[in-house]
Design a binder for this molecule. Structure first.
Ligand SMILES: CC(C)(COP(=O)(O)OP(=O)(O)OC[C@H]1O[C@@H](n2cnc3c(N)ncnc32)[C@H](O)[C@@H]1OP(=O)(O)O)[C@@H](O)C(=O)NCCC(=O)NCCS
Length: 218
């Protein structure tokens, strides 16, 4: 018997669709179809997904999202090198994050981001609306991650991890960074990603730990 369609999802233009179906033997599958308004042929399959088998409709849908580009959820943010147009937003985010940082000593000075990132490669995470979510800056020749900041309301959504991951292939390992000892949340974040303490010292922002990462873990 013909498989029974249990779900059908169309794109916004209503010229592509994905059907999730169940076969007689209880396995699930999916197929992508297209239709051309002009030729009156109706829906016709355009891929060869229907031979794939899944135990549940949810598994079939997850695989469809991985294979059919228009079906995939839109990424919540994009990563790219910073441009001149990001200058004001970078300064504001840097200032806001430092103003609200309980781990920074009261006696520190707050320079501009432009002055502390001179000569560094800067990458930004921006929403699809173009709003700055976070940034990372690094010295590429002597691999060192100098600044990593994510907007407070956007933390815990993978932005910091994605910014670090964007350096893979650009920054040769091992990577180093310094983290203020009082910034225990960041130290935990780095430890869970494989960074190891290598040295310690004291600087203009208090005691710090120097960490090293030998390979990308996650
Ligand atoms: C430290 C900091 C950069 C981390 O950035 P972040 O965007 O919150 O980090 P992530 O969201 O990638 O990871 C944080 C947690 O969210 C979880 N998370 C939630 N949703 C996630 C998703 N969609 N993808 C990946 N991770 C996700 C991660 O699993 C992670 O938990 P874990 O560390 O237990 O594994 C950020 O907290 C920050 O800007 N702090 C203030 C500035 C600062 O301290 N900078 C470092 C100076 S050295």
């Amino acid at each position: 018997m013909k498989p029974r369609v249990v779900d059908s999802i169309q794109n916004r233009e209503a010229d592509h669709c994905v059907d999730i179906f169940v076969r007689d033997d209880g396995t699930f599958g999916f197929e992508e179809y297209r239709r051309d308004a002009e030729d009156g042929r109706g829906w016709f399959p355009i891929a060869n997904y229907s031979a794939l088998g899944f135990a549940t409709a949810a598994e079939a849908l997850a695989e469809a999202k991985a294979r059919v580009r228009w079906l995939a959820p839109e990424a919540p943010f994009q990563l790219r090198p910073a441009t001149e147009g990001d200058r004001d937003a970078l300064e504001k985010l840097y200032r806001d994050c430092r103003r609200d940082a309980p781990w920074l000593p009261a006696w520190r000075t707050d320079p501009t981001f432009a002055s502390v990132s001179e000569g560094e490669a800067v990458y930004v995470a921006v929403t699809n609306g173009g709003e700055l979510e976070g940034f990372v800056s690094a010295w590429e020749s002597d691999p060192f991650v100098h600044h990593l900041y994510v907007r407070e309301g956007s933390r815990g959504r993978g932005v910091g991890t994605a910014l670090l991951a964007s350096l893979v292939g650009k920054l040769p390992f091992p990577w180093r960074l310094k983290c203020v000892r009082a910034n225990t949340e960041a130290l935990d974040f780095y430890a869970r990603r494989g960074w190891q303490p290598k040295d310690e010292g004291s600087g203009s922002e208090g005691a710090y730990v120097e960490l090293q990462l030998d390979a990308w873990v996650r």
